[in-house]
Design a protein around this ligand. Sequence first.
Ligand SMILES: C[S@@+](CC[C@H](N)C(=O)[O-])C[C@H]1O[C@@H](n2cnc3c(N)ncnc32)[C@H](O)[C@@H]1O
Length: 830
Amino acid sequence: METLKSVIPEHIVQTVKSSSSVDDLISSSSSLLGFLVGLAQFQQAVSELGDPDLGCCGKSLEASLDFKRRGNLSFRSRSFDDALRFYSKALRLAPPPPRGDKSLLASLFLNRANALHNLGLVEESLRDCHRALRIDPYYAKAWYRRGKLNTLRGNYKDAFRDITVSLSLESSPAGKKQLQSQLLAIPHFLNQHNAPSSSGAVDYLPNLQSQVKLRCVSTKDKGRGMVSECDVQQASVIHVEQPFCVVISKSCRETHCHFCLNELPADAVPCPSCSLPVYCSESCQVQSGGMLSTNEVHKTQFFQSLPDDIVEHIKSVTSTVKNYSETECVQEHQHECQGANWPAVLPSDTVLAGRVIIKLINQGEIAIDLSNLQEKLDLSHSYSKMSPESKLELHLLSIVLIWCLNKSFCPDLSVCETSVTQTILLLSQIKVNSMAIVRMKSSGDAFKCIPAGNVSEKEPIQSLEQIRVGQALYKTGSLFNHSCKPNIHLYFLSRGLVMRTTEFIPMGCPLELSYGPEVGKWDCKDRIRFLEEEYFFHCRCCGCSQMNISDLVINGYCCVNTSCTGVVLDSSVAAWESEKLNHFLAAPKSLDNHFLVSEKVCTGVSEVASSLLTKPSGSLHLEADKCLKCGSRCEVQYSHVEVNKAWNNLRRVDELMNSGRANISVLSDCLRSIAVLRTSLHMYNKDIADVSQLTLFMPKDSKHCYSILHMLIFRKNRHYTRFTFLFVQAEDKVAQACYLAGEMKGAREHCEASIKILKRLYGDEHVVIGNEMVKLASIQLASGDSCGAWETTKRLSQIFSKYYGSHAETLFAYLSCLKLEAAQAVNFCS
Ligand SMILES: C[S@@+](CC[C@H](N)C(=O)[O-])C[C@H]1O[C@@H](n2cnc3c(N)ncnc32)[C@H](O)[C@@H]1O
């Protein structure tokens, strides 16, 4: 792309970069398209994007056979994990019938089933036998393996039938004899009900409906927005939606199903036509567009002698899974697996745009020059606000995409200025409307109660991390506006979007979610900058237009008067916050009304900035270098220099710790710098929290380092009433350090302190409190405080169910284990 950019003549670059309206786009697209079409480099680039043999998504018999051979070697040396990996790779590369070898595919599935069986993965192994038999119903060894697995599962009736079929296909007398003795060894199964076999299919459609009726309205300053037509209680599901189109994140291609985006099982199934996507089940594979070959089994000479019930058994085992019709599912990969290479190479936004276009073409919704694309999708965009560089990028990507679609999918699709213009607008819609699908991953899904003093570094305190597994477009979901103080919250079940209220919402009140930034996480100017850069709008939410404590203190300095809890601002923050206040004063409501919005805000502000509570007349100016509570003067400039010195020191310490050269003298150096930060910055300042990083780099084996750190920090700040807001991360990390060092008392106290701080920052019921409580419960269990763990678990379950309802345990697998552990511990004690 960079090479192409570098050869575009300057006058075309300028036309593209200065385009802003649709009319401009028509002429800029036309000039660029005209130039590129005649360019040999462009022709070569796009032909490579459409050629599977030049790309990485084609099938290869040689490569597949090579992986099979390596799998066999690993299997023979009993390295079953390696064998599993090699057979899976071989399956991805094996060409499909009729071009490819049917028996190769069947044998690969059976070999993988054997590896899975040896790894103790019975269900997965059974599913692979099933796959081998669907490809080749006359595969004696696959019937035999299936019989063995069914015997293991206690499914004797099926086991008997499987081995009977295997026996009917076996030709050698020795083999027949062995199978006969296997049959005799199967326990008696008369009147047995077969245990249901897991299909491996994931129900990607959450069976959930919202009773709340929503309405799309026009707002004063945010375009369209969503409101409810009735009062909505806290924690209600207000919206459920399946995506219009989805694309998996490149980083998750090998680990997650390309359709439902759930984690892949050990027996993942590849796309039959190309080597890129893998799915968790045939159901996902078919819904994404992959084809399954069908087998019609008749009572052939092989099965002539078998009784009817066994023939029925053969038919039911070897029949294909349900096929989904076009209207029922998206079939989003289907067009790509005609051999095109571009979906593997182009950015996710562009692949998503390709999927949208193809879906609309397949549904017969859009013209072949895409002239009505905008009208059909009806989503907002901010093309005119994008940077000149981004505009050039969008032009190029759109031309490449239209060209690829024309060559690899739909020759009727016109490559013209109209289709390019519409694709540019589609890409800019995707920029502001698409959502990242995320999964919460805990540091240990299998929760374990760790006995006190027995904590190893392999058992970190339970904590959560977000993984971005895909990107999707939801048509109705796109109509919800952003607020830095959201009243709804969203999460994903497979690829389905679920939205819930986090507070009571009166009828007609806007329903707003956070696009990322929230009050309490970042200060106002950082939130506004982020939203301008990522979403191209200036935030007009209540969090950014109203006063709040977090925005005042997050970058503040402390008062020179040591008994005062007031905050001192530097000139840039003071100017920013003054502007915000005056913007508010210009609005019809009074400042009084403003502070009445939330009692909590009012208490918080009076604690650090009481001067703001006196009724201002005219314009309000927040003075820099002056305590907002007691009015004392403070040289922020001087503090700034001291803080910088301390930070440089800490960075050096950080490097030493990182390279394993930390010792006690380094630690005391670090603590001196922390002391400087503590005496200069306001106690809620987020930089103090960043000090926490240091504790992460402590050498894992030096328990006394933790103890010293713990002792010094802990003793210095005994008075937790002074510890609020952003000290929280430091508290959290010290808790973690104590936990790893086996100092459970310290770990619990620091974790409780961090919860106290978070409650002041976010309120008692915010999900971040729940996350922190997971850590507290794990510490309590490890230190033998079963009653405490039980109480904490009850509290955190309430918080999680407010955010995730009955899905909490589906989304966070460790929650049910934690509940069980806590319940068992408390029962054991009582
Ligand atoms: C995902 S769309 C939301 C629906 C949009 N309002 C519409 O009319 O289609 C995002 C766009 O809504 C507007 N928007 C959302 N939240 C906003 C906010 N807090 N302040 C200002 N504009 C906002 C911006 O124009 C943004 O690009």
